[in-house]
Design a protein around this ligand. Sequence first.
Ligand SMILES: Nc1ncnc2c1ncn2[C@@H]1O[C@H](COP(=O)(O)OP(=O)(O)O)[C@@H](O)[C@H]1O
Ligand SMILES: [Mg+2]
Length: 258
Amino acid sequence: MNARRIKKVSVVTPRRRVLPGQIIVPRSSPKTFYGHGLPGVAVDALIGTLVVVEGADGSGRSTQIVRLVEWLEASGHATVQVGLKRSTLVSEELEKAQQGNILSRTTLSLFYATDFADQIENTILPALRAGFVVLADRYIYTLMARDLVRGMDEGWLRNLYGMALVPDAVFYLNVSPDHLIQRNFAKDFALGYWESGMDLGLSRDMFDSFIKYQSLVEQQFKRLQTYYRFTIVDGNRPSDQINEELKLKIASVIAGTQ
Ligand SMILES: Nc1ncnc2c1ncn2[C@@H]1O[C@H](COP(=O)(O)OP(=O)(O)O)[C@@H](O)[C@H]1O
Ligand SMILES: [Mg+2]
């Protein structure tokens, strides 16, 4: 072969596609923080996969996550679950503070941020170092959207949550307020005070307040979507269909072929 012919030969690595039922071989992708991050963290050592499922109260996140954990574990991928208000450090105190409605908006926001930081440091990062798939039932976007609805400064929030790791994928279950009401009743037989935004004084009627509040949160989510670029999933469909879509997308994320 002469030199001219060799030059023309290019090596094309075929993109691996993950087909349903196929074993997914994990391929880790580089991690970064949104901003300043947490001090002393070697991001190169974070070889696992961080997947976030976002959505309003009653949008079906828990339903999907239970099924995803079953599927991932059955396919040989060790998983860890995290979510808001689940830190060992402050979750109980946070719950008490909410029940008593005793904190100012900024303090409540920082309380949630503390809960989040504790989980990043003590659960998410160690699990990612060990190569786990971390499934997060909500992430900083819910915290930011709720605070934005309450008039907090976006720049301040972005800076605060600069401590967060950029997930490998974020799926937002988009569900209409009418469906949300049905699903919240199916879950709890009631609407919650905070989930209805009753602290905002939008309406004295809880149904009315719920609809107004969830619409405001949704608007903020849509705004955040343009900046943080999450994948919007139609959550109004039956749970099986949503699950199939999530499985296909997550399989590609784990395999590094998305
Ligand atoms: N796709 C769906 N279609 C209809 N009902 C659903 C769907 N997903 C979840 N549900 C039901 O809606 C309620 C709330 O779901 P859940 O997963 O607990 O929501 P979340 O964790 O987002 O608050 C539950 O009763 C659940 O069985
Ligand atoms: Mg839930």
